[in-house]
Ligand binder design. Structure first.
Ligand SMILES: [Zn+2]
Length: 87
């Protein structure tokens, strides 16, 4: 997981778009930052517990974090990238 560049807090990966069931559960547990359906032009990749938002250079790391969080919350199919794209 990425650490907050401002407060060094633990970052939860952000997810835009309509959350699937596993994403809702992860959001409620604080493991995923559900950001709603509107994707800003430079969307943040992580949010810490204090609400700081930041981006990372390697989007593959963010995708790996989202994938592992979703799997930890019961999403056991292989992740289709399409489902992580904003709708
Ligand atoms: Zn922070």
């Amino acid at each position: 997981m990425s650490a907050c560049p401002t407060c060094r807090g633990k970052g939860a990966p952000t997810l835009f778009g309509l959350p699937m069931e596993a994403a809702r559960a992860a959001g409620e547990a604080g493991d995923l930052a559900l950001m709603g359906c509107l994707l800003p032009e430079s969307a943040p990749h992580y949010r810490c517990g204090r609400g700081h938002l930041w981006r990372i250079e390697d989007e593959a790391l963010w995708l790996a974090d989202v994938t592992s969080v979703l799997r930890a919350h019961g999403y056991d199919e292989s992740i289709d990238d399409e489902e992580l794209e904003p709708r």
